[in-house]
Design a protein around this ligand. Structure first.
Ligand SMILES: Nc1ncnc2c1ncn2[C@@H]1O[C@H](COP(=O)(O)OP(=O)(O)OP(=O)(O)O)[C@@H](O)[C@H]1O
Ligand SMILES: [Mg+2]
Length: 278
């Protein structure tokens, strides 16, 4: 049975159909790529699946249960967690504290509990701190655990975003452009982490990415959308040679590197998706 099943999903913003009748199904343990030109509707699809936005039509099932319209905080508790295209870190807090906040939110331990100093709350706090450190180690940034998030190099910030998302122990992790703006070395590190999420944690991953090389290397299957509609789906080999996909990307071909696959590295991160915060 599929872990995630999306059926006929549509999201309208007034007259604009951002996601148009999209169906897809993701198997447990799969790493799925979601690609498409700027404005294709990828982030909107994530927003709807993760419960940040309600769909205009269609159904979403997770692990056999209908989760259509279930709000984000409730989905996080069920194991559906996403990261954002633009950083949502607390820049003035350390790496460890950022992860801790994610854990606290999930553990439902309130603000007041932090002020109480009973043995039970102390134990609980230590437990969460141990878990936070374990996550920081798992993603490979323990050497920077006590640095402020603001001072991290870009690649480490993106890794930290994934670390924060691991707090709620996701079963399905939706990553929105995890390697955007990264150098080759950082891209490799992130892709190794994505593989580890599956191999060592059994997490199913859906990732939106414009970096075609990264997508082709790490994903089992790829879904391509354009103007809100699914236009292709299959293995990286099949999708990268699909004429419809190539045509969708033609305007953004990067001929400089002689790379036969469309290169979307030129992606302009300046399109601020205020809807991410919705
Ligand atoms: N909250 C919103 N209100 C109105 N229009 C929106 C909203 N969110 C997204 N859109 C529009 O929906 C379309 C799809 O946007 P979306 O951000 O999902 O694209 P995307 O595929 O993630 O693009 P990119 O690759 O640039 O991140 C765009 O035309 C966008 O302007
Ligand atoms: Mg987007």
């Amino acid at each position: 049975m599929a872990l995630l099943e999306v059926q006929g999903l549509t999201k309208r913003f007034g007259g604009l159909v951002a996601v148009n009748d999209v169906s897809l199904s993701v198997e447990p343990g799969e790493i799925r790529g979601l690609i498409g030109p700027n404005g294709a509707g990828k982030t909107t699809l994530f927003n709807v699946i993760s419960g940040a936005l309600k769909p205009s039509a269609g159904r979403i099932r997770f692990d056999g249960r209908d989760i259509t319209g279930v709000p984000m905080h409730a989905l996080v508790r069920r194991g559906v967690v996403r990261t954002f295209q633009h950083s949502q870190l607390f820049p003035g807090f350390t790496v460890l504290r950022n992860v801790l906040i994610g854990l606290h939110l999930h553990a439902g331990s309130g603000f007041l509990e932090g002020l109480v100093n009973s043995p039970a709350t102390r134990r609980r706090r230590e437990e969460l701190e141990d878990r936070a450190m374990e996550i920081v180690r798992f993603v490979g940034i323990s050497a920077r655990a006590h640095e402020l998030a603001a001072t991290l190099p870009h690649g480490y910030k993106r890794i930290l975003q994934v670390a924060v998302a691991l707090g709620p122990t996701p079963r399905l992790l939706l990553l929105d452009e995890p390697v955007a703006g990264m150098n080759h070395e950082d891209v490799d590190r992130m892709m190794d982490l994505v593989r580890d999420l599956r191999e060592k944690r059994g997490i199913t991953v859906v990732l939106v990415e414009h970096n075609m090389q990264a997508v082709m290397n790490v994903c089992d299957r790829i879904t391509c959308i354009q103007f809100g509609r699914k236009i292709a789906e299959g293995t990286p080999e099949v999708v990268s040679q699909d004429p419809t996909v190539i045509e969708a990307y033609l305007g953004t071909f990067d001929d400089d590197d002689g790379d036969p696959v469309p290169n979307m590295d030129s992606h302009d991160a300046s399109n601020v998706d205020s809807h991410d915060a919705a």
